[in-house]
Design a protein around this ligand. Structure first.
Ligand code: NAD
Length: 421
């Protein structure tokens, strides 16, 4: 697929750039700095030849984009999906740059992707794709260069193969090359829950800000993966009732609330919601328009656009996914008074605990779960307050406020380093 084949409302890099431009304008960013911050530092495209289980040779395409290294090594996940597109990886890498700056962890932004369907590959094929991908990007990654992590379609096992391949090439044990690893390989306590827990913390802050009671609030969650399912369970811990949750095939809806433990047990075996009868089946589109207090899009980009933004009934949208709202939807949601907690704040619990994992690996020490949770909570609450404060100061939406906060910190680091050469 060429970039021209994504229309502009659906192009994630254009969606990111549109918000960046507004923030840059508010900050009065000089034209040279505007160009530096918008342009990815490095983009790598690799061919990944793999012998499949049936003996056939197949060539996959992989990307790694390092958007900015101004504040530290690149940081960001690796996505395995059939529709991975370079403009999507570029946008995701830039969002990581702003996100790391919003929560003030010392990383730049990066993202990777491999065009493949992980659900149609055997475990052996997935392992060979992962190891070859690592071999091909080897020279550009490392604890001080670029530290990948899981994203859609990848998990702790993929990170384990990633780590092992890197260590084999280096001839030494380097756990800090990747985060989101199994705990047995130096992963951090609390990393699996981190993104969903962060979603809960900022949602709780948003409800308090709006004078809403979590115990009387309902939620609809798009996506039942690492972010979506754990967000639902974490929200339940503060009394929020989840009425609907979905996977790529559709949603499950129960107006009295869903049995999340049952759903979690089912998903651990089946990996999709098929066969569950604890609710009615509705579409992903219907889920987004349900009359709930909180909507958590936690699946993929561009699910809320100019076409359906007017039909959203939630008072709060907490963006578990990266880029779930198209730029064209922003104004519509603002004019309806929807309180949006933007992705670069809302799902930053993941990268925050990834940062803790990297720190622990470099110290050769493992923190207790409570310590991880306390430190993360502090950062998320403080970042939420900074974004709301910025929104008041500049009279802008939370999203633009978060961009202003992030872009300003990256611009400051870039200026202080100066342009070399
Ligand atoms: P995952 O693979 O664990 O789960 C994704 C879920 O979304 C699955 O239930 C899948 O069936 C569903 N889904 C996929 N495509 C869909 C579509 N087109 N429509 C509806 N549902 C769809 O992925 P994840 O790790 O939970 O990531 C979800 C989102 O959160 C992504 O945008 C990712 O970039 C973002 N994110 C993840 C983390 C993390 O720590 N995992 C951190 C920050 C942001």
């Amino acid at each position: 697929m060429s970039p021209q084949q994504i229309n502009s409302e659906e192009n994630p890099f254009e969606a990111m750039s549109a918000r960046f431009k507004i923030a840059a304008d508010k900050l009065g960013l000089e034209p040279g700095m505007f160009q530096v911050l918008l342009t990815p530092d490095r983009e790598i495209t690799v061919a990944i030849p793999v012998v499949m289980d049936d003996g056939a040779l197949q060539v996959f395409t992989g990307y790694r984009v390092q958007h900015s290294l101004a504040r530290g090594p690149a940081k960001g996940g690796i996505r395995y999906a059939p529709n991975v597109h370079i403009d999507e990886v570029r946008a995701l890498a830039a969002w990581m740059t702003w996100k790391c700056a919003v929560v003030n962890v010392p990383f730049g932004g990066g993202k990777g992707g491999v065009i493949c369907d992980p659900f149609k590959l055997s475990k052996g094929e997935l392992e060979r794709i992962t190891r070859k991908y690592v071999a091909r990007i080897m020279d550009f990654i490392g604890p001080d260069r670029d530290i990948p992590a899981p994203d859609m379609g990848t998990d702790g096992q993929v990170m384990g193969w990633f780590l092992d391949t890197y260590c084999n090439y280096q001839g030494s044990y380097v756990p800090a090359v990747v985060t989101g690893k199994p705990i047995a390989l130096g992963g951090s306590a609390g990393r699996i829950e981190a993104t969903g827990r962060g979603v809960m913390i900022v949602t709780r802050q948003a409800l308090a800000h709006l004078g809403m009671n979590p115990k009387q609030s309902t939620a609809a969650i798009q996506g039942a993966g690492n972010v979506g399912l754990i967000s639902a369970m974490q929200l339940a811990s503060i009394g929020v009732k989840t009425l609907a949750i979905s996977d790529i095939h559709g949603a499950l809806y129960n107006k009295n609330g869903l049995d999340l433990d049952l759903i979690a047990k089912h998903l651990a075996k089946a990996r999709n919601l098929d066969g569950l009868t604890c609710g009615d089946r509705i579409s992903n589109e219907q889920l987004l328009e349900l009359p709930v207090d909180i909507l958590v899009p936690a699946a993929t980009e561009n699910v809320i656009t100019s076409k359906n933004a007017n039909n959203i009934k939630a008072r709060v949208i907490t963006e578990g996914a990266n880029g779930p709202c198209a730029a064209e939807a922003d104004q519509i949601l603002d004019s309806k008074g929807v309180f949006v907690v933007p992705d670069i704040l809302a799902n930053a619990g993941g990268v925050t605990v990834s940062y803790f994992e990297w720190v622990q690996n470099r110290m050769g020490f493992a923190w207790k779960q409570q310590e991880v949770e306390d430190r993360m909570e502090h950062i998320m609450v403080e970042s939420f307050q900074s974004v709301v404060g910025m929104s008041k100061r500049f009279q802008v939406s939370n999203r633009i406020a978060a961009y202003i906060l992030g872009v300003d910190r990256v611009a400051d680091a870039t200026r202080r380093r100066g342009i070399y050469g």
